[in-house]
Design a protein around this ligand. Sequence first.
Ligand code: NAD
Length: 364
Amino acid sequence: MSANAAPARLDGLVFDRTDELGAAAHEQVVFCHDRASGLKAIIAIHDTTLGPALGGTRIYPYASEAEALTDVLRLAQGMTYKAAAAGMDLGGGKAVIIGDPERIKSRELLLAYGRFVDTLGGRYITAADVGSTADDLDVVAEVTRHVVGKNAGGSGDSGYSTAYGVFSAMRAAAEHRYGEDGLAGRTVGVEGVGKVGSRLVALLSSAGVERILVADPHQPALDALTSTLAHVRAVPSVLDEDVDVYAPCALGATLTAATVRDMKAAIVCGGANNQLATHEVADELHARGILWVPDYVANAGGLVQVGGELVDATREEVEAKIARIADTTTEILVHAEELGVTTSAAADAVVEQRLAARRAELAR
Ligand SMILES: NC(=O)c1ccc[n+]([C@@H]2O[C@H](COP(=O)([O-])OP(=O)(O)OC[C@H]3O[C@@H](n4cnc5c(N)ncnc54)[C@H](O)[C@@H]3O)[C@@H](O)[C@H]2O)c1
């Protein structure tokens, strides 16, 4: 390169995105490439104040490397908040593998990915996410021990635990809004009935929710529910329906200025990560009086399950901790109301207090 060529523009990739991402910059971001298997992965470690960074591996056909980076940074930060809010001694991290899981996933690719995870020496512990499964983790675990949620010697798929946490949070939010037994007789719309959404529908159904509307582009997933549960009905989009509770359980960013403006639901509580398209949407939900249970509070059940493996927690201990998501939800909703702030701000404050206390301890 000639000495007077313009310097490459390198700002704004990771360290200078704190305004946009709304929290401190990430500790470490690792790009991983394996020519032989075609692996292109990014591992992001957001914060290890509370412990090693734990978070799943998303395999997704991102349109660009920039899109993959933005997603992994947001997801890793979400894990820091999720672990802190759930009272786990874990930090936040996440990984993405670029590509369509149906096309790129191979044993070689998973092994190459596992070897990269291993190089981090336990600073990042991986798990499953959209596009990856407990079976995939069994392969990853052949080359690294920094894996949770696998079948062999692990606690397996975390869909039920996540759904149980969402259900507990939703019940707490409904009681806060409508009083005791707040979910009885309500209509709940569940968007996305995969590993989390389908289990949530089953839990809601056994809790006496009167009408459950479900939407999913994958017809067999809808059929499995509507053919066995009488009061479950498939609709093209739950956001267009007159529901009391909207439960986003597919992908994130479905809460936008436009969807919030037209929304009929009084409560939003679901399993999807990063539900707000932008931070400002939290204000719009607040202004419309819609009770939003912050995603990282509601969907921590899966993390509680797989994180429990690291401390040899029993099934009973895990379930009790997941059930406590209801108490955390109530605390946050009450705080938000008392202080007149958004539920997002109230939840962030709980997390930031916990992180600040630990940092102070570590600095002593
Ligand atoms: N599995 C867990 O333990 C866990 C934990 C925390 C958060 N989450 C989050 O919860 C969400 C769901 O996870 P999952 O494990 O159930 O994934 P999944 O892939 O099993 O299910 C997602 C479902 O959403 C459907 N879907 C996709 N686009 C849709 C759309 N526009 N409208 C309606 N449905 C659509 C898919 O067809 C699929 O059935 C994800 O955002 C994930 O990150 C999952």
